[in-house]
Ligand binder design. Structure first.
Ligand SMILES: Cc1ncc(COP(=O)(O)O)c(C=O)c1O
Length: 414
């Protein structure tokens, strides 16, 4: 879907990747619009009850990408004023926007209330009081859910597991009932829903089911105390295949069924889903050019023109992403580290990686770069950010220009 080799040449939809990078240069992020659309439809169709898919735009917040989902009826999961700004600009319906994050400021809360989003998912009582205070000032109600930390092990990388007691996220499960009771007493709060998100890149659907069952239990208790929730937001997290030999995520149908089973006694509540990676992860590649080769006796290095500032997942999480030449020449295989230009030992895209030998000037595609790729990019080492390109069938469009040197110093003074 989206990316495919034909006679050793990588295509994105109907275009040769080589032809695109000849024009746009490297490093370049290239996305397949068709892949995004197909993933959304697949995800959306898997749920049978009334639901709202709110794309977690932290995964890929380019306006054109968000707009692609907005046109399919998607909402958005946002975590900052900046993300809300982007979601609105891209045409997302505010009533389908949920606001996550542990540290919403008064300014962000005000912006969210003024724009009439579905709900703010709160992670502490302090945040509840802040929403009450800001809503009072605006003479409006703040619609809220509590993010509950169900203390379930998602069995994923520690940096992307969020639903354990030791994580900073959510209200502890045992304290959530009392939090709702507190909220009930506040004049400027409208209790709207409940939320949880146990982690990302989930490759097993049991933890999400276990967490759902726990949250359903809490909802029963709340219902008995007169609190009827209008929305159940189960977060995101469904994993994707990065490594064809190892990753075996549950199907979206299994994932959907487990969630729907756990909440079947609350048929009137809107089910909200916040997928990020599933929708965009395998819909993007990052293309980089081989600049040099070297060997230090022990190791082979392929040195490329993209670094950890362009794509940080391998160095941040030790994440595996498949890398292949965009034109396969059938050269003998070598084992090497594929490293970038940044002055950090942690600057690598792959380590001890088997790949057909390449020549200087050849292009490599780093697959599965559509999620948490460009959005996590930085200007470290004063490197302008890469260009982003979207392919639609047999045409491509630059959806974010490569940064210039002037962009690098924008806002600075001498
Ligand atoms: C609250 C919340 N919702 C949704 C997501 C999206 O997760 P994923 O991209 O794994 O679907 C995240 C990711 O960190 C998150 O923190």
């Amino acid at each position: 879907m989206g990316f495919e080799y034909k006679n050793g040449e990588l295509y994105v939809e109907n275009l040769k990747v080589r032809d695109i990078v000849k024009d746009v240069k490297t490093p370049a992020y290239i996305y397949s619009k068709k892949h995004f659309q197909e993933q959304f439809e697949k995800f959306n169709k898997a749920f049978t009850r009334e639901h709202c898919v709110s794309f977690a735009i932290k995964a890929n917040s380019n306006l054109s990408v968000i707009k692609t989902f907005a046109e399919l009826g998607s909402g958005a999961d946002i975590v900052s004023k900046g993300e809300l700004f982007r979601a609105l600009k891209a045409g997302i319906d505010p009533s389908k926007i949920v606001f996550s994050g542990v540290a919403k400021t008064d300014d962000e809360i005000e912006y969210a209330i003024e724009n009439g989003i579905m709900m703010m998912n709160l992670e502490s009582l302090d945040e509840l009081y802040a929403v009450d205070r800001v809503a009072k000032k605006l003479n409006k109600k703040g619609r809220i859910a509590f993010r509950v930390n169900p203390d379930v092990d998602p069995k994923t990388h520690p940096y992307i597991s969020t639903g354990l007691k030791k994580n900073k996220f959510g209200i502890p499960y045992e304290e959530a009932f009392d939090a709702y009771m507190q909220a009930k007493n506040l004049d400027n709060i409208e209790i709207y829903g409940i939320q949880f998100h146990i982690g990302s890149q989930l490759l097993d659907s049991t933890p999400i089911y276990d967490a759902s069952v726990k949250v359903a239990e809490l909802m029963r208790k709340l219902q008995d105390s007169g609190i009827e929730l209008k929305a159940i937001d189960v977060g995101g997290g469904l994993g994707i295949v990065y490594n064809k030999k190892e990753d075996n995520p549950p199907s979206v149908e299994t994932y959907a069924k487990q969630i729907e089973d756990a909440f079947k006694e609350f048929p009137n509540a809107l089910l909200v889903l916040e997928p990020g990676r599933f929708l965009v992860g395998n819909g993007g590649i990052m293309v980089t050019k081989v600049v040099y080769h070297k060997t230090n006796g022990k190791k082979n290095f392929i040195i490329v023109d993209a670094g950890m500032n362009d794509l940080i997942r391998p160095s941040l999480y030790g994440a595996f992403q498949e890398i292949q030449p965009i034109t396969q020449k059938g050269n003998k295989k070598i084992v090497c580290d594929i490293v970038g230009p940044i002055c950090e030992t942690g600057d690598f895209l792959a380590r001890d990686y088997e790949i057909e030998d390449t020549e200087n000037g050849q292009y490599l595609a780093v697959f599965s770069s559509g999620a948490y790729g460009f959005t996590m990019a930085s200007n470290y080492n004063s490197r302008p950010k890469a260009v982003e390109v979207m392919v639609d069938n047999d045409a491509y469009k630059i959806i974010r220009k490569r940064e210039s040197l002037e962009d690098l110093i924008k806002g600075e003074t001498l």
